[in-house]
Design a protein around this ligand. Structure first.
Ligand code: SF4
Length: 386
């Protein structure tokens, strides 16, 4: 089943394109919307983070400047992972480079063009291509992501192997790997606690190329054995679950204790809490909301958004949870088009809304979820509880 893509509203590049009166009203009412059939509750912190707001406002400025001499604005991949925002960006006349043209921007761009770098950055080799082309670069990469690169690159210089807790194929992690590669570093990416435990066994036994190569292969690693991870610098993709990041550190420390003894393990592991503050705040607020006695939670955002997906995982630990991309996903009180986490694709689910009244629905929104879409979801839910 293909996810529906909502039409973005015009006019393009309007400063308020992402806002919502409905969300403003709910926020002003303390995050609560009382209705005849129940209530809608929002967390203390939700929606766009500072990094996303900055990236979109820089893009809008570039769009406005492009109107004077149109047709020269290119975006290097998705600005953030949200289908509504990407549709909006295209409606603004921005061309989005993907695949081969993204890997080789010199085949498309000239010195007259403007290249916008998304919030999670671009691999170093692409950035170098842009510099050679001589086009104007609008770099919207978030400060938290840049701090992660800087810390990990310094750690490479200090002789550490880098363990990245993140999604191997996520844009941010791809960029981080390119920076480490260029600094001559060795890295391995672990996506969950099971993979971390597998890595820890290899570290604890100082596994050679055979065992290591069977467990981790490129592009998840550029190491050939566990040897580079005799000294470990641990970072996380900025949008990972904070509690799991701490658990990854504990497991790595345990592995180093097993291999080198307690006295040495402390100095063989350095850790930087690179899960950004915005992610941590949204996760903490989501947990508070789920514990506030809601009957179910609706999570709004792009399925490709790492931080939204983690909010969904957190919510699902506490209560029935539905991860949707937009208001049209709520087909009726009986049917909803929501992510099937096991199949990793949207599916129609039935009987998602309890028939008992009143019903208390929590609504969560990731750091890349525009309020305009969240407002439409609130409105749709309110109709069902009206
Ligand atoms: S989620 Fe964090 S790292 Fe990503 S753009 Fe927002 S503030 Fe920056």
């Amino acid at each position: 089943m293909t996810a529906h893509r909502p039409d973005p509203p015009g006019p393009p590049a309007d400063g308020d394109a992402f806002g919502s009166d409905v969300v403003d009203r709910v926020r002003a009412a303390g995050g609560m919307w009382a209705l005849p059939g129940g209530e809608l509750r929002m967390p203390r912190v939700f929606g766009f983070c500072r990094g996303v707001t900055r990236a979109l406002s820089m893009l809008q400025e570039a769009v406005a400047a492009d109107r004077e001499d149109p047709g020269h604005l290119y975006l290097l991949g998705e600005i953030i992972h949200n289908p509504w925002v990407n549709a909006y960006v295209q409606q603004c006349g921005v061309r989005i480079l993907t695949g081969e043209s993204l890997a080789n921007p010199e085949t498309v761009l000239t010195a007259r063009d403007v290249a916008v770098i998304p919030a999670f950055g671009v691999p170093l080799q692409i950035q170098r291509h842009l510099e050679m082309i001589g086009c104007r670069i609008v770099d919207t990469s978030c400060g938290d992501v840049r701090r992660l690169w800087a810390w990990a690159t310094r750690a490479v210089g200090d002789g550490y192997g880098i363990v990245i807790f993140g999604r191997d194929a996520h844009d941010e992690t791809i960029v981080t790997k390119s920076r480490l590669e260029s600094a001559g570093g060795r890295y391995v990416v672990v996506g969950d606690l099971d993979q971390t435990r597998r890595l820890c066994e290899l570290i604890a036994t100082d596994a050679g190329s055979g065992a290591f190569g069977r467990a981790f292969t490129p592009p998840a690693t550029n190491a050939r054995s566990a040897a580079p991870f005799a000294r470990i610098a641990q970072v996380s993709q900025t949008t990972m679950l904070y509690d799991q990041t701490i658990e990854v550190r504990r497991l790595l420390h345990e592995a180093l204790v097993a291999r080198y003894g307690a006295a040495e393990a402390d100095e063989r592991l350095i850790f930087e809490p690179t899960v950004c503050r915005a992610t941590q705040d949204r996760q903490a607020s989501a947990i508070d909301l789920c514990r506030s006695g809601v009957d179910l939670v609706v999570v709004v955002g792009g399925y490709g958004s790492s931080n939204t997906r983690h909010l969904f995982e957190l919510a699902a630990q506490h209560t029935p949870a539905w991860f949707i991309e937009d208001a049209d996903s709520i087909r009726s009180a009986e049917e909803i088009l929501a992510l099937d986490a096991a199949a990793n694709k949207p599916e129609i689910a039935r009987d998602w809304l309890p028939v008992k009244r009143p019903v208390r629905i929590g609504v969560l929104a990731g750091a890349s979820s525009p309020e305009v879409v969240v407002g439409q979801v609130l409105q749709r839910l309110a109709e069902l509880l009206g």
